[in-house]
Design a protein around this ligand. Structure first.
Ligand SMILES: [Zn+2]
Length: 686
């Protein structure tokens, strides 16, 4: 039950079998003008689930309530869904394109639960991934269809790498089907949700999408109205496909991110291309030894003329042009392709076909080729990320050795090619131009000091910006939209690429670009452009940043969701003053430590600020411990989210790691911890 004084938006949806469903959206008073997009997204979700999964809504009424004080994003209850306002409210003046995309995703997610979660539910809490992994996969496929397929996938991979992989490498590592828990609240994790979705996606890839759909039909009809287990789900897939998934089921019981080491060999005389894949998985708490996993490995080979080669395995008699799915089961597998006329560049783990860490020694030339013309969006982006990382590594090593750093022109040329003839999917282009996160770089370049990585990355971005100044200026100009804002994925692409160009131009220390960004931040007719410009100014110690931030608050102080954006922007700055800004903001009249959205915006964002949270004097860690103790007394579900980055102390260098451990020990000494926080702190310190 939900009680309160709400405004109501009403609509209807006609189902597949011609029934009329009444749709009710309840909003807190005064926000009636911000619910239209959520309603539209709901109707799109209902139609999509009918078309893609044959699922029709079963009741006559579907209700949604949006509230501003809520720990989670949303909660599915049969017929009455409760949402955090963050995933409902939108109008062009206050919501960004990314907000629109997230609203559509979360509305879809909760709606899809009507079948995967409500009609068929979990036998017990250990089965949480049965409904969450499956429903996350369904919302991901929905987003791929509604937006840019490649970008949707890349964004999911970023979430996996920045949140799930560290969890899988930390003290709380658990299989997607946990074996035990003190507080189930602590298992609403990236592993249960996002890795759970990856596991079901692998089933879909191994079976093919058509057979997977048959498996889903079987699952929905066979278990309708029941409370079932992950084994039942796998059994349904086996029944519909005739494929044995016994070994595959290990994914439900083994924690940790598997590592694939890939080697290739081209034989010019025999015209064969051989690929050797070795799998392993690092130990995780309670699981020293791992068994080999069954997984799909999607591969393509790219020739010099930028085209996918035709692939035929030695022991098969049919060929395929484009992507081939290889099935990996043993610790080491070898595959040989025949009739390969030239030494190709391998496009590996296409569409991120398995949630693994893939290691392969690419040359920078191969990466540049893949960045230019891989037909798989994920691999194309991945090639760029690897090329950027290689260049950062070389520059960082030169800096550390006191030598003069040189930026490899192959990267600058690669970026120049991309922006001088922009591709059709500008959303994808904007992703290709973004450097890997500091967190990702730190994990992959553990021998290099964090500050040096940051220095190298900054220097390279600046060099790219200066060398390609004219091209970025043109890119910016060509993508300005002069009409009123409307959200759709095409226009979203124009705005993304324009703001990306602005980001690069601001790497110059030039007053005229500061002014350009300031004007956009204060005068644009939509939040996406205002916030994009603020983001571009956010890392610069210039007066235009201060002025723009002050004006932004002045203008939006009565819009709580926008004030949260303002908090998170300041908490994510790379400026050295950020910790003092965060401390000041904790006492800002708009900040309420009892409001989960405020805490996520300011403190969780700061915890993800790799450079400044991990300041070498440990100040960031101390600040976090103080706040965690305050929050835990009132809201353990939130304190456990805030403490998260401290638990990853083993993944940092020894100096920082020791300081983080000390901070955790300070928490452990408190005798007032909630059960939730106690479970996490005790597992992390031990
Ligand atoms: Zn859910």
């Amino acid at each position: 039950m939900v009680a309160g004084d709400f405004d109501l938006i009403q609509d209807t949806f006609i189902t597949l079998s011609n029934r009329t469903i009444d749709l009710y959206l309840y909003l807190e008073k005064g926000f009636r003008d911000q619910g239209d997009y959520a309603m539209l997204a709901l109707k799109k979700s209902m139609k999509w689930d009918e078309e893609k999964f044959g699922r029709e809504y079963d009741l006559n009424r579907y209700m949604t309530v949006a509230v501003s004080d809520f720990n989670m994003g949303a909660m599915e209850n049969k017929g009455l869904n409760i949402f955090n306002t963050k995933y409902i409210l939108a109008k062009p003046q206050t919501a960004t394109d990314t907000d629109y995309i997230n609203i559509e995703r979360v509305i879809g997610h909760e709606y899809f639960h009507n079948w995967s979660g409500n009609r068929i539910t979990c036998r017990d809490w250990f089965q949480l991934t049965l409904k969450e992994g499956l429903t996350v996969l369904r919302d991901q496929l929905f987003t791929e269809d509604m937006t840019s397929q490649g970008v949707a996938r890349i964004d999911v991979v970023n979430t996996m790498r920045n949140h799930q992989f560290p969890e899988d490498a930390g003290p709380m590592a658990h299989p997607i089907r946990p074996e035990s828990y003190l507080k189930i609240d602590n298992f609403y994790t990236a592993t249960v949700y996002e890795k759970g979705a990856e596991v079901i996606r692998m089933v879909r890839t191994l079976l093919t999408p058509d057979i997977f759909r048959k498996g889903m039909d079987y699952y929905f009809s066979h278990y309708d109205g029941q409370a079932v287990t992950t084994e039942d789900f796998i059994a349904a897939m086996e029944a519909a496909s005739g494929k044995e998934l016994t070994q595959f089921s290990r994914w439900y019981h083994q924690a940790g991110t598997p590592v694939l080491r890939v080697k290739t060999k081209y034989d010019a005389n025999k015209k064969t291309y051989t690929i050797i894949i070795k799998q392993s998985c690092p130990p995780t708490p309670g699981q020293e030894n791992k068994l080999p996993l069954h997984l799909p490995f999607a591969i393509g080979l790219i020739g010099k003329n930028c085209e996918d080669l035709t692939l035929q395995l030695q022991d098969e008699n049919k060929s395929v042009k484009g992507t081939k799915i290889l099935e990996i089961k043993k610790l080491e597998e070898t595959f040989t392709f025949v009739d390969i006329a030239e030494n190709p560049a391998p496009s590996l783990l296409r569409h991120f076909s398995a949630p693994v860490e893939m290691q392969y020694d690419y040359t920078n030339e191969e990466l540049a080729l893949l960045l230019r013309c891989d037909s798989d969006a994920f691999c194309r982006w991945e090639a760029g990320q690897r090329l950027m990382m290689n260049v950062i590594k070389a520059v960082a090593e030169a800096i550390a050795a006191g030598k003069n750093p040189v930026v490899d022109p192959i990267l600058i040329n690669g970026i120049h090619q991309l922006i001088s003839k922009p591709m059709r999917d500008l959303n994808l282009l904007s992703r290709l131009l973004m450097f890997p996160s500091l967190k990702y770089l730190l994990t992959h370049l553990p021998q290099i000091e964090l500050d040096v990585i940051f220095e190298a990355k900054t220097l390279i971005e600046k060099t790219v910006a200066e060398t390609l100044k004219e091209a970025f200026e043109k890119l910016l100009k060509d993508n300005i939209l002069f009409h009123d804002y409307v959200y759709n994925i095409i226009e979203c692409g124009h705005r993304r690429i324009k703001n990306c160009a602005l980001y690069y131009l601001l790497k110059h220390d030039k007053e005229k670009y500061h002014l350009l960004a300031f004007e956009q931040a204060t005068q644009a007719n939509n939040m996406t452009d205002q916030f994009g410009a603020l983001g571009a100014l956010n890392d610069l110690a210039v007066s235009h940043r201060e002025k723009a931030l002050a004006q932004f608050y002045e203008r939006y102080q009565h819009e709580p969701l926008v004030v949260n954006k303002w908090f998170s922007l300041q908490a994510s700055s790379t400026l050295p003053t950020v910790i003092n800004e965060v401390k000041k903001l904790l006492h800002h009249p708009a900040f309420d430590i009892n409001n989960p959205n405020n805490v996520y915006a300011l403190l969780v964002t700061f915890g993800q600020n790799t450079l400044r949270f991990h300041a070498k004097n440990g100040e960031g860690y101390q600040l976090m411990v103080d706040q965690v103790l305050l929050i835990d007394a009132k809201n353990p579900q939130v304190s456990t989210r805030v403490v998260q980055p401290l638990t990853q102390w083993k993944q940092m260098d020894s100096v920082r790691g020791a300081l983080m451990k000390q901070a955790l020990q300070r928490l452990a000494q408190s005798n007032k911890l909630s059960d939730n926080l106690f479970e996490i702190v005790s597992k992390s310190v031990g």
